[in-house]
Design a protein around this ligand. Sequence first.
Ligand SMILES: Cc1ncc(COP(=O)(O)O)c(C=O)c1O
Length: 384
Amino acid sequence: MADPYEWLADDLKTLHRAGWYRSTRVSDGLAGPTMIVEGKAVVQFASNNYLGLCGDPRLGSAAQNAIARWGTGATGSRLLSGERPVHRDLEKALAGWKGTEDCLLFSSGYLANLGTIQALVGPKDLVLSDEYNHSSLRSGAELSGATQHFFAHNDMEALANLLEKERNRYRRCLVCVDSIFSMDGDLAPLPEIMKLAEQYECMVVVDEAHGTGVLGASGAGSLEHFNLKVPIIEIGTLSKALGSLGGYVCGNSTLIDYLRNRARTWIYTTGLSPGDAAAALEGVRLAQSELGRRSQLWENIAQLSEGLQHIGIAVFPSDSAILCGQVGNIAATCAFSEKLFEQGFYAPAIRPPTVPTSRIRFSVMATHTQEMISKLLLACQQIC
Ligand SMILES: Cc1ncc(COP(=O)(O)O)c(C=O)c1O
């Protein structure tokens, strides 16, 4: 009898042959600029812990206190047994920071995107997505049954053409973009997107996963950066600059009320754990109040970006803590990353199919020291 699972091993062989096979690396030690990766002490340039809050003892204490008070899990969905005071406290803190009427927590940023997009559009509707959008935005549109068209990355003429050609044929239209594109580090032109959205009566979802804590005077993200006060659906994660785990949607109270009743990835899943919610609440407080973290982050970004260009590595255009350097094809990029690792720096090679062209992706943290960045640059120069 034929083995119905045989194709799995064949598929993995294909991935190996294409150089697309992926595997994990174990990191140990408190999350911070230095960690033990696969048993080796390295300076970490691979984490999304932009403000260095994940290893901060104050987030740890907040989580411990919450666990002591409520236990390790939420025990049920928010609509049944899973609602704790810390959930609403965090939702209010996020809404206050972002300047929106309300907020809804999800178990992850991925689930926030899936659930929100699926709730907002259906088979009669249109989703227009930047071609570099995060997988969760694309998957949300696919799950909804709406027609999804992609426009060339950050190309507003392409978006306008699509709207002109397609908008009238559909009931509702949703434009989806990352604010900071996760594999490139550049920023979506939100003011132009909002103008087009108004002209063609579209809803807009912006994924602030890499903007929150990093952009804007108070770290509220791309809308604060552009000083935009517009009706928009802002989705984000608690797992990057905020140092915890979970996702959220911020918007007006009708939207949030609607999602509580319609977003399946919120209704039919266990509430966020109290420990994660409490750590994130402390993360929000510190991201807003400790302004020195953000200014140090931007100093570090400038040091690395200028240093890489100085040694002849082409850096992708970036407006964030994500800096990508071009060092060659898949094999060359993987070899570069491995050599960096041997010299005590962890910066992954990002390659197709995740991105069209291979690159070394450096994630900068506020808690990197100038010396760490100088030594990384020296290592890059030697490898070049
Ligand atoms: C742009 C973007 N959106 C959403 C997510 C998903 O967030 P989470 O890790 O909380 O699921 C990520 C990465 O993890 C991301 O980079």
